[in-house]
Ligand binder design. Structure first.
Ligand code: FAD
Ligand code: NAP
Length: 546
């Protein structure tokens, strides 16, 4: 009989976990506390307990070619960065395509997961759920915990003396929905992550003034990267990764800093990260520098103290008549239905082997999926975690000894601190391609670039120099997908499709104009060349798609 797996949550991680169970011939039952799929990506006007809550305007900061599941590309007409409603639409298409909905019990909250008495021989769990006030208990061979890590607000009020006296309104970014109601107000946003920057930029269009208070700064980059391609399709290539891994630390730091400052000088904008050597998650915001330039967002240092009406900053400056303070100070996570002996969360960290398995369990029958903040998108990462976990449940992939797993977990922590620092916002941070490859090794899905060079050189070169898209992990091994090769070869077309909605022919230079340029050193001739090119361009313009 097929093993029964309880999947807790039906967001990105839960949906792909159900699919991976089915692919491995396991029998999933998914419990979802809310009334629909999508998790964080399903916007609601009201904040729901136990589920992540987003503001209406959230747009993905990872692009569609990098943020899809590996055997289900996004429709080619979808924009490269998606509004939350569009991303939810993709998740719904995925669930429909693989017929996942029938495995989900909605409005059903998991309240307890306990080892069976004979756990050391069976690895089974007793899962207690609650629905409409009724509790039900059931036994499962394995459990996949897919509850996300943006459910619990982190508001470090102890770091802000005087906040209890503050007479204005204050709340966490999780409560923020839309800019309505903030017209004409003076607003202080605390934090310098993606939430803080998005909210500051949105509010400054309505508020009297927005201040953005940061203690550590951040690199801010545009979603639009080299030659107009989405940032992650340029940064996350195997080629760039290899170069980065070979560069000496000081040179890497210098190159990164230079690249980050290409758009604007972070020092002049008061945003430069305190510790520039760290590779912590960037802020992706196309508008923030412009808002700072226009004065509608003013960057301030950390708040030292609040009074009834004002904020006093570390540098001694005072902001009077503050109406609203928004703490965009990140999140905490916990596993309310698990005993500490299974996973003990300390300082916002959980000791999990490769971020998935509790090392000390007698049987590897519980996996945490999506408890991670990779430098790239979480979707393909969660998917590979689930592919690996389901193979472990089936005994097709074997975990090392507890000792080896503990040592690996500690080493990983040291590496993380070295690369990303000790800040609370970085405790789940990992690199991207290295981690994907590691997981893919566990599920036999790592692309074999060298052998492909001999059999399919075009594909091999695209895998190495092109975006490290999820399809790379469906070319080989169990779960191989026939469409993967074509999805890689046509990736660039899908990126361009939604932007090239007015087709313009390529500029062609006449031989005569080239000769003018090469023969003439003077500026006048160069100007004439560009003028003639413009004339040609105008003549070739066609309106609307071909
Ligand atoms: P979630 O989406 O949080 O889903 C968890 C599900 O579990 C929910 O449906 C919840 O109701 C359910 N659940 C919880 N507890 C229980 C229980 N006890 N019983 C039953 N059900 C339960 N990542 C990216 O890669 N790209 C992005 O562009 C991006 N943008 C983001 C924007 C914002 C504002 C935030 C906060 C995060 C963003 N992220 C992004 C990270 C985000 O976490 C992932 O994109 C993704 O949503 C994680 O999916 P998940 O399934 O792990 O968790
Ligand atoms: P976050 O990344 O954890 O950032 C929290 C911020 O609060 C950090 O700048 C942190 O500073 C600051 N902070 C924490 N404690 C503080 C204190 N005591 N005093 C002063 N500052 C303090 O949280 P987030 O911005 O909500 O983002 C959470 C995740 O969601 C991220 O992965 C992010 O990429 C994602 N997200 C994505 C989008 C999008 O796609 N558009 C939008 C929002 C969020 P330090 O760094 O100095 O600790």
């Amino acid at each position: 009989m097929a093993k029964r797996v309880a999947v807790i949550g039906s967001g990105v991680s839960g949906l792909t976990s159900i699919k991976c169970c089915l692919d491995e011939g396991l029998q999933p039952t998914c419990f979802e506390r809310s009334d629909d799929i999508g998790g964080l990506w399903r916007f609601t006007e009201k904040v729901e307990e136990g589920r992540a809550s987003i503001y209406r305007s959230v747009i993905t900061n990872s692009s569609k070619e990098m943020s899809c599941f590996s055997d289900f590309p996004m429709p080619e007409h979808f924009p490269n960065f998606l509004h939350n409603t569009k991303f939810l639409e993709y998740l719904k298409l995925y669930a429909k395509n693989f017929d996942l909905l029938k495995y989900i019990q909605f409005k059903t909250t998991v309240i307890s997961v306990r080892k069976c008495q004979d756990f050391s021989t069976t690895g089974q769990w007793i899962v207690v759920t609650e629905s409409n006030g009724k509790q039900v208990s059931d036994t499962f061979d394995a459990v996949m915990v897919c509850i996300g890590h943006h459910r619990e607000s982190y508001v470090p009020l102890q770091s802000f003396p005087g906040i209890e006296k503050f007479k204005g309104q204050y709340f966490h970014s999780r409560q923020y929905k839309t800019p309505e109601g903030f017209e004409g107000k003076t607003i202080l946003v605390v934090g310098m992550g993606n939430s803080a920057s998005d909210i500051a930029v949105e509010l400054c269009q309505r508020a009297a003034q927005v201040y953005l208070s940061t203690r550590g700064g951040s690199w801010v980059i545009s979603r639009v990267y080299d030659n107009g391609y989405p940032w992650d399709t340029v940064i996350h290539t195997r080629y760039s990764n290899l170069i980065r891994s070979f560069l000496p630390w000081t040179l890497l730091k210098w190159v990164t800093e230079k690249k980050m400052n290409e758009w604007f000088d972070h020092e002049n904008y008061g945003l430069v990260p305190q510790n520039r050597a760290l590779m912590k998650e960037q802020v992706f915001n196309d508008d923030l520098p412009s808002r700072i330039l226009c004065g509608s967002v003013v960057v301030k240092p950390v708040v030292k103290e609040f009074t009834e009406t004002s904020a006093i900053f570390e540098d001694g400056t005072v902001m009077e008549n503050v109406d609203v303070v928004i703490f965009a100070t990140g999140y905490s996570f916990s596993f309310p239905f698990l005993e500490e002996s299974v996973i003990k969360v300390e300082n916002n960290q959980a000791p999990l082997y490769k971020h998935v398995f509790p090392p000390q369990l007698e049987k590897p029958s519980l996996a945490v999926i999506g408890l991670i903040q990779p430098l790239g998108p979480i979707m393909p990462t969660a998917e590979l975690q689930a592919r690996w976990a389901t193979r472990v449940f089936k005994g097709l992939s074997v975990l090392p000894s507890e000792n080896t797993m503990m040592t690996d977990t500690l080493k990983r922590r040291e590496k993380r601190i070295h690369w990303f620092g000790t800040s609370r916002s970085q405790t789940l941070q990992t690199d991207h391609i290295e981690y994907l490859d590691e997981l893919a090794e566990g599920s036999g899905a790592k692309p074999k670039i060298f052998s492909l060079l001999l059999t399919d050189p075009r594909l091999a070169l695209l895998i190495f120099f092109g975006p490290c898209s999820p399809f790379q992990f469906r070319l080989t091994g169990p779960g191989r997908w026939d469409g993967a090769r074509n999805a890689i070869l046509t990736c660039k077309e899908r990126i361009i499709k939604p932007t090239k909605t007015r087709v313009v022919d390529k500029i062609t230079f006449t031989l005569k104009s080239c000769i003018v340029l090469t023969q003439s050193e003077n500026l006048f001739a160069k100007v004439r060349l560009w003028q003639s090119a413009d004339v040609l361009k105008d003549r070739n313009v066609k309106h609307g798609p071909k």
